[in-house]
Design a protein around this ligand. Structure first.
Ligand SMILES: [Zn+2]
Length: 330
């Protein structure tokens, strides 16, 4: 045990470390690196690239966390990859990278790397092509961050995640750096921030994409002011992209768009406002949101306060669980 501790300290001094969430408890230490390499051929890494050091996290349940060392030359590859995928499957348990981890990776790895050379880019090198390329990288990171379906537009993903579009993120990082070395005043910095938010707001208002999300989250500034934890359930209601028959049908993934209740197509607003099968959970939502909210209420209401948002999260979870249960019983 003593030796093991020493080995861990030496290993971690040499290599960058990552925290891997939701690893099946029954997966042994020796097999983890091998499985990772095998199950993710796109990564193109060897068995020895990711070395599990020690277990952390929940003492009970099916999954644990592993603190792993990563070969320095593969670190970028691995974190970028995990910025975009829930990639690990196990025969016995569901592995995957949780949104919480993704958020850490987004802030700690993705943004600093992207904004690292931002002064250079902002001085004119940031071509439309570069913005597009960076945008697709951001898209992968945002998908992971929000747990959204891949059919969600980038415009909507940025708003749901509360993350600036990448070119604006870079612009903002340049302003912050200039402020640090005294090249711009605090006033100019504040001005620039308002300007950046205005640009984002105009884009969001005029985009043809993510219009359901726009009805839920019309104001980007407001989105940044309210810290929202997003998960796979509530994201479906914020984006309208989810296990809704009408949506699945539009991608030819389901034969019919009709809801099981038989009254109309199963769209996000049908589920949220009208589906008679969800009357009980909806009544709870209405009670939670409380006073004076007309029925059906405006979609903006859900993000007015944190408690309204939490009520929406509970509704989303119950609605999705009810649907899954009904699917299983069929
Ligand atoms: Zn229905």
């Amino acid at each position: 045990m003593e030796d093991e501790g020493k080995a861990v300290r030496e290993e971690s001094a040499r290599r960058p470390m990552i925290l891997m969430y939701d690893v099946g408890r029954d997966i042994e230490k020796d097999r983890l690196g091998k499985l990772l390499a095998e199950q993710n051929p796109d990564l193109g890494i060897g068995e020895e690239t990711v070395i599990p050091l020690f277990m952390k996290g929940p003492k009970t349940g099916d999954s644990v966390w592993w603190v792993c060392a990563v070969a320095p030359d593969a670190y970028q590859k691995v974190t970028t990859f995990w910025g975009g995928h829930s990639c690990l499957k196990s025969t016995s348990a569901n592995w995957g990278i949780r949104q919480a981890t993704s958020a850490v990776i987004y802030k700690a790895v993705f943004l600093p790397r992207i904004t690292y050379a931002s002064e250079v880019w902002a001085s004119g090198v940031l071509t439309a092509k570069a913005v597009k390329l960076l945008g697709s990288k951001q898209r992968r990171a945002l998908l992971s961050l929000t747990g959204a379906y891949r059919t969600t537009s980038t415009d909507a993903l940025q708003v749901v995640a509360g993350q600036l579009p990448l070119d604006l993120e870079i612009r903002w990082s340049v302003v912050r750096k200039k402020r640090k070395v005294g090249l711009v005043s605090e006033e100019e910095k504040v001005d620039q921030w308002s300007r950046i938010l205005e640009i984002w707001q105009t884009r969001w208002d005029t985009s043809e994409k993510g219009r359901w999300t726009h009805s839920m989250i019309p104001k980007v500034k407001r989105r940044l002011e309210v810290p929202l934890e997003v998960d796979h359930c509530v994201t479906q209601f914020l984006t309208g992209n989810g296990d809704f028959n009408a949506k699945l049908n539009s991608f030819a993934l389901r034969g019919s768009g009709a809801c099981r209740c038989g009254t109309e197509n199963e769209t996000v607003d049908h589920v949220l406002f009208r589906c008679p099968e969800l009357t009980l959970v909806r009544d709870q939502l209405i009670r939670d949101i409380g006073g004076g909210v007309a029925r059906p209420c405006s979609t903006e209401v859900f993000l007015n306060t944190r408690s309204n948002y939490r009520a929406l999260c509970r509704f989303a979870k119950s609605a999705i669980e009810a649907k899954q249960l009904a699917d299983r019983l069929e």
